[in-house]
Design a protein around this ligand. Sequence first.
Ligand code: S3P
Length: 735
Amino acid sequence: MNKLVVVGVGLIGGSFAAALKRAKVAFEYIGVARRESVRQEAVAVGLVDRAVATLAEVAPELGEGDVVFIAVPTLSVAKVIEDCARLLDPKVIVTDGASVKGSILQAVEAAYGEIPGQVVLGHPIAGSEKSGVSAADPYLYRKHKVILTPTAQTDKSCLRKISDLWLLAGAEVVYMDVEEHDQVLAATSHLPHLLAFALVDALARDEEHENIFRYAAGGFRDFTRIASSDPQMWHDIMCANGAAIVRSLDLFTNNIQYLRDAIVSQESTKILELFTRAKSSRDEFAKLISHRTRDAKMQNIINYRLQPGGSVTGRIRVPGDKSISHRSIMLGSLAEGTTQVTGFLEGEDALATIAAFRGMGVQIEGPEAGRVTVHGVGLHGLQPPAEALNMGNSGTSMRLLSGIAAGQSFDVTLTGDESLSKRPMNRVADPLRLMGVTVDTQEGGRPPITIHGKGKTQAIHYDLPMASAQVKSCVLLAGLYGEGTTSITEPAPTRDHTERMLRGFGYPVATDGANVSLPGGGKLVATDIDVPADISSATFFLVAAAITPGSDLTLEHVGVNPTRIGVINILRAMGANLQLSNEREVGGEPVADIRIQYAPLKGIDIPEDQVPLAIDEFPALFIAAACAEGATRLSGAEELRVKESDRIQVMADGLVNLGVKATPTPDGMIIEPGPIGGGDIFTHHDHRIAMAFTVAALAATDEIRIHDCANVATSFPGFVPLAKQVGILIEEQTL
Ligand code: S3P
């Protein structure tokens, strides 16, 4: 069994061990503490399995797969790093939890003579005023951020291992470079502590006003609370991060000097201006933390535990199509009259779209049992939102709404959760700018995105640089407000729900081969929409049946739009036994019942023309490939790297964790099938990763634990009960 050595079993180290033990991470847990009483207590309370006085005592036992976590006070870390450099096999991963990173990195360089790949520095942003073994808390890191600060030399697999451990401890992992970390922390944490200590000390020593604190009230208490923190710890931090703190302190001192001068010279506008500016920044921050607390409260950590085996039989209907649900709200809102939607997907993504349009003054009733009533306001009836519109995890909401916002005569800012905030938005910002609209994004074209609409757009022709229905739809929706005809050419066919639904709302859209065009200045007339079941959600069950001997499953009322059936074509090419029946059209979208029975699968080279038609289905298809006879190769799918997670890397990591030979390539993957074992899977907040590995359990030989599955609710509410119903051995655990 691998070993986790925790050097320093106080609050930070003890809580790390406690959290991993609680998550049943299989390690031998070893504590290092100089004082015997601490060692005894750590073993007695079960924090560690054994405890030693020095790292040297345990170092000879350590090798590949073992981890040393340094959790001693900041100024003592360097000494432990020296021990690590001297005593440990380079295969042992070394990580730490100190609040300052620059000085630790210097210590690493000094001790090793270079920055070795196996050292991964980190800083959990969590703490407590308590300390010592008894303060160790398995929940300390739950929903707290951990900043990892890899360097160019850091070994990727070591980084991933440490990141995985933090995720297992319940934390959220973010990455920064060392310098940025130290500067950010200096400004937001170290400087405020320094000021609190300085203020309390200055007032306490003011000889003219003895016992001054007797009269102090809430303001003083709020400002100085942190001056009760551990002086030794903060002393260490000030010494270790001096340069960055001094930089922030200088900024602050300049401001103080400016205010002092303004008071002395009675320049009251200067004072008022500064205070007003500060108040508005503080109010923004207050909003941010209240959103954060609300999000954290709403979002439990959900894990799935799957027993190997199970069966797949029955007749089921999966929830409504996500793409069509989004569009029903968007076009319903822009239409004249009332649109009735049935079969609406009550997942978080589609709900984010509803909330956004409500935020722009549209009255929307429901959803209730899949029914939504949208009281359209017409193309020019949206109202300016009072605040930024939060799209949650939904890329479709953000990209399509950007197109609609481009035609408004007010500004709209769109924000998203951590995963969406990393996704590229220049793909929509670029064409919108060509349409004469000012669009602001963050560095690298990331959200939040602000669209400064001018009430109309310039019609353009746009050659889509990538096969993306979201970008196509964004341009077409902006084209509704265009002066003239807006047209696009696609490099490959992508889902055409926007075009179909616009026609359903009576808007003329012309399609000619790879070209789609529409005139600006028309109107949409309300209509009723019956949303078919989502083929992307159905896919998990199609694959489940395809890989499980004896299975026989029927999925009802599934949308089988020709631009979405790549998964059917690919599964058939692999030898799956699939039949479509009861084929019909509802509201301009083809639907069918799909019956699938087990048949052995064979590996294939996936035809590139099927990639855009199955773009969301690859996580599940990779599982099918792992169960086939012979290798499967995917190429031309680089778009998978910018979905809710990097689906090529995250799926490959997961498959490898389960013992399958999966080799990621820049634009795809090669999967050589083999027995699927058990293990831990990290979803990286991606709903489809969670569901794909749920299905893998049917073919596994051991238990699979899937971490961080809360986002399944973005696209597939009710997934777990439905999976149980067909025969998958799944248990949901909420932390
Ligand atoms: C979608 C288009 C696809 C797909 C996404 C939904 C849509 O994204 O992956 O889940 O509703 O238009 P891209 O346009 O980025 O390929």
